[in-house]
Write a protein that binds this ligand. Structure first.
Ligand SMILES: [Zn+2]
Ligand SMILES: [Zn+2]
Length: 429
């Protein structure tokens, strides 16, 4: 798409006023296009300076500086979260929250492409804000910086401190390798998925305390914490046949012995389990905890298990997914599949948000080598291209147009809300 570049939003406003039958998508697209040349460098800066969970100070400052330069008042370090921020524009009406992630992964940088989630979020915010202002529409848009998705769950802290209070619908868009989306959708030309199922998670830190001795002179005097870690991993392997196909358990050793000739006295592990729902992951948790405890018992080690905050499954909303696909598919180059009732394998802290307000977690395709998946170095490279940047801007444009529909189309909004209320109502037991 090659929208006409215009000199300022003010120029746009007057041109819109002269033309009551204006084209909404043009105003949104032109606003995003105008801002994109200034946004390219800040996003590049975030991409080349990847930061881990709750340490995203460069990303935080870079985005806040950019949005302020666009003329918006930004609340830095919002809701008591050091690397979160909030910008709200518009007045009255419904409040649409656009979530922007920007954290990276240890050792492999932006291998999940969260700098592109930020790009899509900023693009959506600017596009939707411009149309609300230009047309005097009652409605508000919140750009919320949501750090620490990969680890720690920034959205959980934001939920706790009230960042989603008053929000009517939350939206975001995440990149994925084009081949991966094509495999999931079963169609090569797919450009985005309207919604995707995410699993609920639980995670734990497991520590084994043993006793060190010389591994050859007197190994019988030792209590082997390394053996306990190995036994825990083997036990987890043994339960796999008795867990359901969608369920996953995986982990790593965070600390362990450093010498082969010493019986290790301390190991520290982290494990995660995933299942379709919060209730199902709690059932799985009982089996997993028994594996850790049995390993301690068998080796004579003391065990300490610390539970971390888990993520909820994502409550998908068919009405939202379908409207998102409808908006995109009206454009010739787009092929968006509604995917909200198919199986998924990932997890996100947006799941917790979707249990509090209706939400859409869409995925957009980025060109990447065949068989490339998320969390691979090949995807880090794929998310750093100009083409990926342009696709993220466009993903934001679709979110802006969806946000506008949620604000303007009462019937649509109420269908979304009613479906969400039905999906989140506690099941009578
Ligand atoms: Zn990820
Ligand atoms: Zn991600």
């Amino acid at each position: 798409m090659a929208p006409t570049v215009i000199s300022s939003i003010d120029t746009l406003e007057s041109s819109q006023m002269n033309n009551p039958l204006d084209n909404i998508s043009d105003l949104i697209a032109q606003t995003i296009s105008k801002a994109s040349s200034e946004l390219r460098e800040p996003i590049r800066h975030i991409y080349t300076n990847p930061e881990l969970a709750f340490e995203e100070s460069i990303a935080h400052d870079t985005i806040c500086d950019f949005v302020e330069k666009q003329g918006y008042a930004v609340t830095r370090k919002a809701y008591g979260v050091e690397t979160s921020f909030e910008v709200i524009s518009g007045k009255g009406g419904r409040l649409i929250s656009i979530n922007a992630e920007y954290d990276a992964l240890p050792g492999i940088g932006h291998a999940c492409g969260h700098h592109l989630i930020a790009t899509a979020g900023i693009s959506a915010f600017l596009g939707l804000s411009a149309i609300l202002k230009a047309r005097g529409i009652l409605g508000r848009v919140q750009l919320l910086g949501t750090p620490a998705e990969e680890s720690g769950g920034g959205k959980l802290s934001l939920l706790k401190s009230g960042a989603y209070k008053g929000v009517d619908v939350a939206l975001m868009s995440h990149p994925a390798p084009a081949g991966m989306l094509a495999d999931m959708a079963g169609t090569k030309s797919v450009t985005a998925l309207g919604g995707i199922k995410f699993l609920a998670t639980k995670s734990w830190i497991i520590e084994y305390f043993g006793k060190s001795t010389h591994a050859s002179v007197s190994p019988w005097d030792g209590v082997n914490a390394y053996d306990a870690a190995v036994a825990a991993h083997v036990n987890i392997g043994l339960i796999r046949q008795q867990i359901r196909p969608a369920e996953r358990v995986h982990g790593c050793m965070l600390e362990g012995p450093k010498a082969a000739n010493v019986i290790g006295q301390y190991t520290k592990l982290k494990y995660m389990a995933r299942s379709d729902s919060k209730q199902a992951v709690e059932v799985l948790e009982k089996k997993v905890l028994a594996c850790f405890e049995a390993a301690g018992l068998a080796t004579g080690c003391e065990v300490k298990i610390t539970s971390e905050s888990g993520f909820s499954d994502v409550v998908n909303n068919k009405a939202l997914c379908e409207r998102y696909a409808e908006i995109g598919n009206a454009i010739e180059s787009q092929k968006i599949e509604v995917f909200c009732d198919k199986d998924g394998t990932g997890s996100t802290d947006f799941g917790n948000v979707s249990h509090v307000v209706p939400g859409l977690h869409s995925m957009f395709a980025v060109d990447a080598p065949a068989s490339c998946g998320c969390h691979q170095l090949a995807f880090t490279a794929a998310t750093g291209t100009e083409d990926a940047f342009q696709k993220a801007l466009f993903a934001g444009e679709l979110l802006a147009r969806l946000g506008l529909d949620l604000i303007e189309d009462n019937e649509f909004y109420h269908a979304v809300k009613t479906e969400w209320e039905d999906s989140t109502r506690p099941v009578a037991t």
